[in-house]
Design a binder for this molecule. Structure first.
Ligand code: FMN
Length: 270
């Protein structure tokens, strides 16, 4: 008898008007990234994390380094790590065109993907860890956030959570090259670009790490929306972004580091 789960997959294919035998990369990836008790030790490479001191160091502090760039200092937020519960309001369809100041951008970054130091008990002692506002498989934090300030300055920044600074990647970028036009893209004050550094998770979790990166991006989207709301701003997740333009703007290869999704941020219209 047919496996009932496979039958479900096939009926979805029928709905999509696709032949049964055609390869489906998403299904293949999902299947290949499944965990099974019998194969888990081949899939998850926990030992790699402790295998060499460079990896121990980079697993604890994985952040893209652009130390040569000029940067903007952001107000210190390290004492402000109290969690608070919020209900997300609906996404904005358009914004009131206005600049968001650097301190607010810094706070938005801090509340959505900022890094702070914490300890957790190991045996009799305390182990030092870096934490962020979202949960992360293996505390590896495989995402990078970039902000395109689309107000008057039109600057592209990279957020470095270790130093809590906005590194200035480019001045005078053209946001209209980046996105499918929409009332919200025309009026947003800032575009947060969420990028995945897949190997930062995959070196340990194999293909499953790919899922973890996407899940974490979803959590960051949610956190960005809540943080924007807490700061009196409004937001909209936005997928209509051209990958090749992002890759060129941020200077990444689109494979090891690649675009996942954007979130538009701005002031409430009316
Ligand atoms: C991953 C993701 C990508 C999205 N991309 C777009 C987009 O490209 N264009 C758009 O207008 N809205 C986009 N949205 C917003 C959704 O349309 C919106 O969240 C949905 O209609 C639910 O409405 P709400 O956010 O107001 O509750 C996206 C949402 C998510 C989560």
């Amino acid at each position: 008898m047919d496996n009932p789960r496979l039958a479900t997959v096939r009926s979805w294919r029928r709905l999509r008007d696709e032949p049964f035998g055609a390869p489906d990369l998403a299904e293949d990836l999902h299947e290949a990234s499944k965990f099974y008790e019998s194969t888990m030790s081949r899939q998850v490479h926990t030992a790699r994390v402790y295998a060499d001191s460079d990896l121990v160091g980079s697993a604890a502090t994985g952040v893209r380094q652009m130390a040569g760039l000029p940067y903007l200092e952001l107000p210190d937020e390290t004492t402000n790590v109290q969690p608070c519960a919020l209900v997300r309001e609906p996404s904005a369809h358009r914004f009131r065109d206005r600049r968001v100041d650097t301190a607010t951008l810094g706070r938005l970054m801090w509340l959505s993907y900022g890094q702070y130091s914490d300890t957790h008990p190991v045996g009799e002692g305390q182990h030092h860890v870096n934490r962020r506002p979202v949960a992360s498989a293996g505390s590896l934090y495989p995402l990078e956030l970039y902000i395109l300030a689309s107000g008057q300055t039109k600057r592209l920044y990279h957020y470095d959570p270790r130093r809590h600074v906005l590194e200035i990647l480019h001045d005078d970028v053209a946001p209209q090259r980046l996105m499918v036009p929409h009332a919200a893209t025309e009026t947003a004050s800032a575009v947060v670009l969420i990028m995945g550094m897949f190997q930062r998770s995959r070196f340990k979790y194999g293909l499953r790490g790919y899922r973890f990166v996407l899940m974490e991006a979803g959590a960051v989207i949610h956190q960005l929306q809540l943080a924007a709301q807490a700061l009196g701003l409004v937001s909209r997740p936005y997928a209509g972004v051209y990958d090749d333009v992002v890759e060129e703007m941020v200077g990444c290869d689109g494979v090891d580091e690649s675009f996942i999704n954007a979130v538009l941020i701005g002031h409430r219209d009316g």
